[in-house]
Design a protein around this ligand. Sequence first.
Ligand SMILES: Cc1ncc(COP(=O)(O)O)c(C=O)c1O
Length: 376
Amino acid sequence: MSAMPTKTAMTVPLLDLKAQYAVLRAEIDEAVKRVMESTTFIGGPEVKGLEEEIARYSQTKHAVACASGTDALLLAMWALGLGPGDEVVTSTYSFFASAGTIANNGATPVFIDIDPRTYNMDPHRLEAAITPRTKAVVAVSLYGQCCDIPAIQAICQKHKIWLIEDAAQSIGSEWEGKRSGSMTDYGCFSFFPSKNLGAAGDGGMITAQNPELADRVRLLREHGAKPKYYHSVVGTNSRLDAIQAAILRVKLRHLDRWSEARARNAALYDRLFEGARVGRPYHDPRTRHIYNQYVIRLPKRDELRAHLSERGIGTEVYYPVPLHLQQCFATLGYTPGTMPESEGAANETLALPIYPELTEEQIRYVASTVQEFAAH
Ligand SMILES: Cc1ncc(COP(=O)(O)O)c(C=O)c1O
C-alpha cells in the first residue's frame, strides 16, 4: 500500500517573527524612520540609549554594544589578554561561538561535560579541568536558563581566573534574583534574530560591573582609538548599527512580556507532557528561566523530528555534535565517549516551537503530535 500524504491540521513554525512584526510594526517603523531622518547611522543616541537600557535591565553598571554575540565573546577574551599558551574552560554542549572565539583569540579550549538536567556546565567537573595554564572560564547559560554562576565563580576566585558568561541565550534570566550578565567579569549577549531580544540582523552587547574592564572592550571595538585617530592599542571595528539599536530599544520594552509568555507556553507543554514518554526540560527553581528554547528528550529523536515535520511542525536540533567532537578541534585529541552527558544530549534532544505568539491550540497540537509518536 502506498503511503498517503499526511494532511496537516495546522502549521506551527519553530519561530514566527512575522507574527511579532505584525504587532510591533508601527513602533518599529517609527524607530527606523527616526534613524533614517537623523542620518546618525553609527553610534549616537540610539546606541548609547540601548547600552544604558541593557545595563539597567541586566543589573550591570556598564554595557558596550558590538556587532554580534560572537564579537562580544571575542572582544571580552581579547580585552582580558587571553592568547597562545592560555587555556579556557568551557562547556562542550553549546553553539560553536562559545569555543570558536577561544580558538580565534589564539587560546586553547578545554571542554567539560554538562549537567544532564539543565544542559549547562556541571560545576563539579570544573576544578579537575583547571591547570596552571587556565586563564578563564566561559560559562554558557543555555536555552535561557542561567547556569550556576555562584558555584563556578567560587572555583574561579579560588584559582584566580577570569569568568565570562556566554549569555547569548539568557537575557533576563536570573540566578537567585541576580540577572544573567551581572555576576561575572563579562557578560556576552547576542541579538541574533531568534533570541528573545532579536535585532533585524546581527548585534551583540558586553556587560561589566568593573569600569576598567568596560573601557577595555569599548576601546577594542573602535580600533583602539581614544580620542579618535589616536590608537593606544590595536583593536577592530565591531559596532552595533544605530538602526539595530533603535529596533532593539522598541523590542526591549516588550521583552519581559515575551519571556513570560514563553514561560507560560513551557508550563502548558510541561502539563501536557505529564506522564508521556518524553523528557521535559528541567527548570532549576533557583533560576528565572526565559525559555529561549523548549527542549525535550527522547531516544528516537530523529524519527520524531521527521514525524513532526510531516505534520507541519518546525523543530531544531541544538546541537547535533558537541564541540569536543567537531572536526576543527580534532587536534585537541578528544574522542567519542569522553563527554557522555553531552553526547547523549546531542543524540536525543529536540527543540519545539516556544515563541510568545503561539496559541494554546498550536501548543496542544504540537504536544499531541509528540505524544502520538512517543506512545509507540
Ligand atoms: C550560546 C551562544 N553563544 C554565542 C552565540 C553567538 O552569537 P551571534 O550569532 O550573535 O554571533 C550564540 C548565538 O547565535 C549562542 O547561542
